[in-house]
Write a protein that binds this ligand. Structure first.
Ligand code: ARG
Length: 462
């Protein structure tokens, strides 16, 4: 702790190990611009309300702007003697204008100060992340557009289930990322609130005007309760929860890119700019980018769990426990930016192998449901049709056939005299895809309409 926050109540200096332990300077330096923005609004209000004289407010304002410039130009060095970014700004202000610097902290506490810094920071980063998310959505749309004619097996339990258009698969991820964007917008409304003026917890006896500070900082609302304003971190928890859900989507997609780029699947190839080699095995081409995105989901979930745990037992109002919010949030912000920085390009780098996906869509009786449906349409109860086709598949596997399309007519007539051989032509993957025409289903027209609807939405959210 430094001399500024340490009043004459104390007889000795803080133990150096304790000072180092308490310091947040190693990670909160990135808040300096936001801290100055909050202070500028605060000083202006103090002057408007006649709490400090105009010439003093002007001196403080000019010096704060200069400090922010030194910070953004990289010439301002964090001073370890001051325990956090807030104390560093005040300390530097003191170096610049002397004792007048001491008026800045009138009618304010570091508790509402750090809260406003985090709101300003989160509001800006949230907006940036949303923009990057839309860029990702555009890349998913491009990928869906170029895979509209590719037929592949859709899976359940990672077992081939029914044929689908590959574009249909991409549009599923597009729908998830679109909800992520919508969730982020909804969260942004709750972040856009000003806690400044709450003081340590109870407000302040000065004739302040928190409403004008709110306006100056561009927040849409003031917190309704000063204790809530300084002591909740739900706007951060909600961001971490948002990021966790987003990373679940990223991680599942990554997992599929890893599987599908394997020799065993061979459905796609990841571009060389997004692939790495092995230090020992010269033949290797590894999907490290997708692996690392999948892996980074773990740290994001961990930070959510960490901050939930930090917060859950805290009586109102502020506790230093809450200083632990920063590394969690900053790391998640950086991680999400990192993912969004590479994922669109990775998708654009993909090449697909339609003959391979088509082959697998034809194999493995992925059209068995359609044969059962056909029997059911001709009057058989569906459950009975399901059993009948199941036995037929069993018998055909025993004869060594991997799909209905391989079965010659004479074998068919022998094993399935009750099912017309001509039906098989309607079981081609193209046909069973074409037959699924609901708005959300996999028929080419339906997929085209889903794609158009998404493009419409995107063009309204640029
Ligand atoms: N570095 C602190 C934090 O990050 C700032 C607030 C400190 N307030 C206090 N009363 N100790 O939360």
């Amino acid at each position: 702790m430094d001399e500024m926050a340490r009043s004459q109540r104390f007889e000795t200096q803080l133990d150096p190990a304790v000072a180092e332990f308490l310091s947040s300077l190693g990670f909160d330096w990135r808040l300096l611009g936001d801290d100055v923005e909050g202070s500028l609004a605060h000083v202006n209000m103090l002057q408007q309300q006649g709490i400090i004289p105009a010439d003093m407010a002007n001196r403080i304002t000019t010096a704060l702007i200069a400090i922010r410039r030194e910070w953004s130009e990289g010439t301002l060095e964090p001073q370890q003697a001051w325990e956090d970014v807030h104390m560093n700004v005040e300390g530097r202000l003191h170096e610049k204008i002397g004792a007048d610097a001491g008026y800045l902290h009138t009618a304010r506490s570091r508790n509402d100060q750090v809260a406003v810094d985090m709101h300003l920071y989160m509001r800006r980063e949230g907006l940036a992340i949303r923009g990057e998310l839309l860029t990702l959505l555009h890349a998913v749309v491009r990928t869906a557009e170029r895979t509209q004619d590719i037929i592949m097996p859709g899976y359940t339990h990672l077992q081939p289930a029914q044929p689908i258009l590959m574009a249909h698969y991409w549009l599923a991820y597009a729908a998830m990322f679109r909800r992520d964007a919508e969730r982020l917008s909804d969260w942004a409304r709750r972040v856009n609130r000003s806690p400044l003026g709450a003081g340590a917890l109870a407000g302040t006896p000065y004739p302040t005007d928190p409403e004008s500070v709110r306006q100056a900082l561009g927040f849409t609302a003031l917190y309704e309760n000063s204790m809530d304003a300084v002591s909740d971190r739900d706007f951060l928890l909600e961001f971490l929860a948002w990021a966790s859900i987003f990373m679940v989507h990223v991680s599942r997609l990554s997992e599929e890119l890893i599987l599908w780029s394997s020799q065993e699947f061979g459905y796609l190839t990841i571009g060389d700019r997004y692939s790495t080699g092995s230090s020992i095995m010269p033949q290797k081409k590894n999907p490290d980018v997708a692996e690392l995105m999948r892996g980074k989901s773990g740290r994001v979930f961990g930070h959510l769990m960490g901050l939930l745990t930090v917060m859950k037992g805290l009586p109102l109002a502020y506790h230093t426990d809450m200083q632990e919010d920063k590394e969690a949030v900053f790391d998640v912000v950086d991680t999400v930016h990192g993912v969004l920085g590479v994922l669109p390009g990775l998708l654009d780098s993909l090449t697909f192998h339609p003959e391979r996906t088509y082959h697998n869509a034809e194999q493995h009786y992925t059209n068995a449901t359609d044969l059962a449906d056909r029997l059911a349409q001709s009057g058989m109860p569906f459950r009975q049709a399901h059993h009948r086709v199941g036995r037929l598949v069993h018998d055909l596997y025993e004869q060594g056939y991997q799909g209905f399309h391989q079965v010659p007519e004479d074998v068919w007539v022998r094993l399935a005299p009750d099912i017309p051989f001509q039906w098989l032509s309607d079981l081609r993957p193209e046909k069973v895809i074409e037959a699924r025409r609901q708005s959300f289903a996999t028929a080419p027209d339906a997929v085209r309409r889903q794609l158009d609807a998404l493009k419409d939405w995107l063009s309204g959210h640029a």
